[in-house]
Each structure stands twice: as structure tokens, then as C-alpha cells.
Write a protein that binds this ligand. Sequence first.
Ligand SMILES: Cc1cc2nc3c(=O)[nH]c(=O)nc-3n(C[C@H](O)[C@H](O)[C@H](O)COP(=O)(O)O)c2cc1C
Length: 393
Amino acid sequence: MSRSVTSAQVVNIGDLRRLAQRRLPRVAFDYIDGGADGEVTLRENCRVFDDVALRPRSAVVTKGAKLATSVLGTDVAFPVLLAPVGSCRLFWPRGEAVAARAAGAAGTIYTLSTLSGTPLEEVKAASSGPCWYQLYLCGGRDVALSGIARAKAAGFGALVVTIDTPVAGLRERDVRNGSKELVSGRPLSMLPFVGQFLARPRWLFDFLADGGLMSFPNVVLPEGPMPYVDIGAVLAQSATEWADLRWIREAWNGPIVIKGVHTADDARRAVDAGASAVVVSNHGGRQLDGVAPTLRVLPEVVAAVVGRVEVLLDGGIRRGGDVVKALCLGARAVLVGRAYAYGLGAGGGAGVTKALEILRADLERTLRLLGCPSVAELDASYVDIPPHWRRGA
Ligand SMILES: Cc1cc2nc3c(=O)[nH]c(=O)nc-3n(C[C@H](O)[C@H](O)[C@H](O)COP(=O)(O)O)c2cc1C
């Protein structure tokens, strides 16, 4: 296969994944690609889409299906948003700004993670489109409040509060690749793991030219931006609780999206806590392994919120057909993490653009093959779900 993301040979997200694997050192590729523990939920997030069959209406001609929709009142060209993905500068120089620019150009929303290497103001300025800010409470309440104030001043349109990270999941690949040792600053501990960088000279050149290991400029501690330390320990000290939603809501005073909802009970709780939308998400199988795949949980959550808030879904989206299935089961839109992160790692902004274009074109073709004129008209009549999914939904 060609090494270029713009090659006609690159036809699906799996192709971008392979290109990312070629360009990135193992520790960076596996950080994107891997999941927690046995990676059961990671695999199931993708596989579960195969359990749902499409029911087309044949001999219906739709001249160009309508993909545009709105999410929380914001217009998007198609119902695929970019999920928060931390540490994107490990994949490409100024990775967050580059991805935000590509999202804006494609007409969709970029979500910036708290744990990013690029200042949030720079990321917002890079995009011609809407951006959301994802919040972790790293450094405690005062540090979070100053991040919220900056995000508000910079013009981020919604605050995404991630609630599924009371501690970091055990991503075994990261442990084996030396992710802790490599940020330890101790040369002797780092030594066994640096060979993987030398095997990727193009990446190494870009990484060093971008300033090497970044700090976190959106988490400003009393002593300055949080250094790139062991993130697991930081997350364990900064878990979000329902009670925090009150001060977060007061400080933000705008739409709040609660990300990491797995059950009907938590969906109702999120509504009561003032959310405008929930994301059915298991963090892409990176946190609690063994939880149900998100598509499986979606009907339960949609039924629980009874239209009071918008329901979004992420996890396992690799094709436009996956987007269609999620929308048929009640999602307003989906978010993608790895699908664009592979593109970013494979070829920067051009790779993100390619990932979004693959999903957009897939989505349009799938709608036309289904005989459905617009994403707004997708509903349960276009899918067959396994009978046991209906029980309890
Ligand atoms: C490399 C990587 C880093 C991530 N970092 C964050 C993060 O900082 N905050 C967050 O809420 N979710 C984070 N996520 C989870 C994504 O927002 C999203 O839930 C997940 O990627 C969706 O699954 P998918 O990758 O199969 O699309 C990350 C995911 C990946 C792959």
C-alpha cells in the first residue's frame, strides 16, 4: 500500500490504521489502538455493529442524501463529531490544532481534551468550525475553574464532562511499551524503550522539531503547566463526582455534555444534573473492560431520557454504516476517537480529512442504498436488532 493518506489505495479506516502503525513508534500507536485489560470491550464495541442488520427500501431513488443536522443547536455537515483524544502531539506536531482545523473544514465539531499539548486558545483559533472542551478535574477545583474560564473566553460551545475515569484503566500495551518509564526522566529506566523511536526516524524528527515531550498547557498548576507525568496517578486524584456537576454548571453557564454513560440510571442522573446531552461511551474500551458495547446500551439510554436531552454515542465507529445503525437506534450523532487519531498519526491534517471524508462518503452511500433521503429520517424501521435486545429496552 502507498505510504500517503491521500492515495486512492486508502479506502477505509483500517487502511489509515495500518499507515499510522508504519509511521508511529509502538508506544504511540498502541496508545491509540489499545484498550484496557483483555480488550474485550474494545473488540465488542466494533463487533456489535455486525449484530444489527440493515433493512433497505429498494427502488427508491434519493438524489444526494441529506447528511446535515444539528447537535445542541449547532449545525454540522454530517453527524460525526471528533471525540476528545488526549496527547495528540505525540501523533503529529501541534496535533490538536491540526485536527481541529480539519474538523472545521469538514463542517463538524472538534472536542479538545483537557490532557492536550496545545493551548486551548490556539486550538480554537485554528478551526473555522465549532469546538467543545472536555473537562477532567486535574489539579483540583481551582485549576479546573481557570480552564473552564479560558474555554468560555476562547469561544468553546459546550463543556464535555467525562465521568468514567475515577482511575485510569490498565492498558497493558502501554505498560509493556514503557509508557511510564519513558516519561520518568530517568535515563536508565528509559533506555530499554528508546529503540522504538530510532525505528521511526521520520516521526522522531517531527516530534523533536515540535519541542519533544509536551506539558499540558490547559492544566495550569500554581507552579506552571502540568508536566508530562504519569497520567494514571493524576486522574486518580481528580475523579469527577455527581456533586461536582453543580459548581461546574455554575461556572460554565452553557451546555454541558456528560460523557461516559453506560446505563439508564446514569442517563437519568445526568439529566437531573442539568446535562443538555449525554454520550453513551465506555471510553473506547479503555477504562472498565467487560462493560457492554455502546451500541448495545444505546436503546436503554434513549428510552430512559425520553427526549429530554440529546443522546450521542461513541465507540467502535469505523464505517458510515456504523453511524447509520447508531442513528437508527436513537443517537443524534456519533463521536469518533480512533478513526481520526489513526488519520492524524498517519498523515496529520490530511489524514484527519481523509478519515472524515471516508466516513462522510460511506454515510451518504449507505443512505442512498437504504433508500433513505436524510439522516433525520433514519429510525428503527431501517434495522433489525437481535430479539433479546428488545427485552428491557
Ligand atoms: C488515544 C485516545 C485518547 C483518549 N483520550 C481521551 C481524553 O483525554 N478524554 C476523554 O474523555 N476521552 C478520551 N478518549 C476516549 C474518546 O473520547 C472516545 O470515547 C473513544 O475513542 C471512542 O471510541 P473509538 O476510539 O472506538 O471511536 C481517548 C481515546 C483514545 C483512542
